[in-house]
Write a protein that binds this ligand. Structure first.
Ligand code: ATP
Ligand code: MG
Length: 203
């Protein structure tokens, strides 16, 4: 056997082993229900991953709700696209009232509460296959919304509904109740090398 053949044989054996383990895991996962996903961490990719799932759900014709808990200074591509082309997506953004530097805490809290008032009914409505609560973690981190109420709504949602929460932090109680938690870790970010945020990539 030459080196190429040896390598091919080794690869085949490794793939067979991997297939057996994946098949066993697939076989073991036999429960059918919606999942709660938390995308957290300091790296880029949390919100854009959430919108990737929105696209997947839309591909199957499912009803989707998206709530953004932070008003971006910049209109985002996903907002423009969803508003223009996806009337089947119920999109709501926190809007005015929220300031990053929290100079007006009571105004922020009022905006957070008004936004939560849009999110909560979605988490009670089984028609929504997927609900995205983008940047919700900050509402918990700043103590703008009651943690117990949010956790109860997330846990008590309809069985077939999936929910995606994004944002840094959010606390251990939130992590505890979620089914899937991914920590998006920054290795490097273009912004730190002085490259400006890009339309269609960063927003
Ligand atoms: P994205 O929306 O691109 O998936 P994100 O949701 O993971 O990013 P946020 O903390 O919500 O990250 O920040 C949104 C904006 O900040 C995006 O323009 C993103 O490119 C940028 N950003 C994300 N992570 C970093 C970072 N570590 N350093 C600098 N800018 C970042
Ligand atoms: Mg984000």
């Amino acid at each position: 056997m030459n080196n190429t053949d040896k390598r091919a044989a080794k690869h085949k054996k490794a793939m067979a082993k991997q297939k057996a383990s994946v098949d066993a895991a697939v076989e073991a996962a036999d429960r059918e229900r919606g999942v709660a996903i938390l995308l957290t961490g300091n790296g880029k990719g949390k919100s854009s991953s959430a919108f990737g799932m929105v696209m997947r759900a839309l591909g199957y014709g499912f009803k989707v709700g998206v709530i953004q808990f932070i008003k971006g200074e910049q209109l985002s591509g996903e907002e423009i696209y969803l508003r223009e082309h996806c009337p089947q997506v119920d999109f709501y953004q926190m809007g005015t009232g929220f300031t990053w530097d929290t100079q007006d805490r009571s105004g922020d809290i009022a905006a957070a509460k008004a936004t939560w008032a849009k999110a909560k009914p979605m988490l009670e409505n089984a028609e929504y296959h997927l609900v995205v609560l983008d940047e919700l973690t900050y509402m918990l981190a700043y103590d703008y919304l009651p943690e117990d109420e949010i956790l109860a709504a997330l846990s008590g949602r309809p069985e077939a509904q999936s929910v995606v929460v994004t944002g840094r932090g959010g606390g251990s109680a939130l992590r505890e109740i979620m089914d899937t938690v991914s920590d998006v870790h920054e290795i490097k970010h273009a912004f730190k090398a002085g490259i400006k945020a890009r339309a269609g990539v960063d927003y």
